[in-house]
Design a protein around this ligand. Sequence first.
Ligand code: NDP
Length: 440
Amino acid sequence: MVIALPQLIIGSMSSSSACFRDVTVGGVRIIQRLHGNSRVLGRQFGDSCHRFYPSFDRGYTGVSADTVKASTLGCSALTSSKIRHISRTSSAGRSESWSVPLSFGSVCSSSFSTATEHRRRGKMVVVPSVKLNDGSEMPVFGLGTYLSKENEGVEALRHAIDIGYRHIDTAFFYQNEKEVGQVIKEKIAAGVVKREDLYIVTKLWNIYHDPAKVEEACKKSLDNLGLDYIDLYLMHFPVGYKFIDDNHLLPKDEAGTLQLSDYDYLDTYKAMEKLVKKGWVKSIGISNFNSEQTDRVLQNCEIKPVTNQVECHPGFNQKKLIEFSKQRDIVITAYSPLARPNPAEKKPAFLFDEKMLAIAEKYKKTPSQIALRYLIDIGTVPIPKSANKKRLEENINIFDFKLTEDEIKVVDSFHTGERINPFNLVKAQNHKYFPFALEF
Ligand code: NDP
């Protein structure tokens, strides 16, 4: 598939609304990123490559600058000013990348400096997108932000955007929407990204399941984020909690028992559909729903959920839910994709398994990168959280290789069936909508 051939990826570093066009030339798969009215390239691009990258044709089977030069992309539009970055991976897994000289840039300025520097050093990664059932596109890899708070989270998100993260996962419950919004505003103002380049996900918290409260909850998230619209709004959990006030996110009685509510998630979902109609959110989805709950939503909704965000990692690989969702055109977003590593305790076991280490060694990657690549290869959208610059770079750097079928089977074998997020406080009460009583 994609990585089996030597590969060349050409494109502008911005715009998640981009689509990819594939052509195979001289044994090289060329993925051309097109977006808006800036159709990339043609002959002028070939000339530029040759002029600035004389080594362009060296050492790769069947590739020559001429091949690219000869307008092989079938596009004569001379819009090379939009090209920012060129990278390719040989079949041997060797990757190279170049940033296009600034003289080709139309929008370079000093405020661009950090992101530009990452491009220049080839550190910027272009994440492909998946088309969702409502026609929108979601980058197939994102940044989790749970427990990313205040300064640490702000710094991490700044760096993440600079190096290519476009899909950001937050939630009202995480209490960091304001920080996320602050960084988005800053990066847009600096010209690093445009709003439409970003894919912002947030979630309706459980205390707002009363359909009459859904609009108010969404408005709070929009205000926190400082946005006109949210790309994807998820129902965080099918079970509602009692509403006391906005500050009691985990309402408990004196004995410490979590206070639940009886609202039907279907009514809550219908209220979320109205948000799409109002233009406040582009897409809606569900999170932590089981297969029966998903089907119940599908049988009664007007607007299909585009994704179900669930725990998914090699230790809990969700193979059945993934297949079930695929048949219904719902993408699985994989939360806790690394199962929250704890190196001191050598957890999760899959990151320390010898077979995992061998695969990592083969690709010169870390076990975490193999776990994330596995999640991409089985068709999910992983959203690892990190507030550490090095690990942010490590996690996104998984688009220059692909696991073989046999390697996927090896990683499949790490499945234990044990969740790290069992939602025990809800489970204890055996609520009728508790989702994890079923196998999937
Ligand atoms: P992850 O599996 O993403 O693990 C996060 C932890 O892993 C952090 O402690 C991080 O530390 C560490 N880490 C990150 N990268 C690496 C690496 N390469 N090697 C070793 N350790 C690493 O778990 P999360 O539970 O945070 O899940 C990710 C996101 O999914 C959340 O942030 C949230 O956005 C979403 N989520 C959604 C839920 C839902 O109910 N819908 C529930 C849970 C999560 P450090 O920051 O120091 O790098």
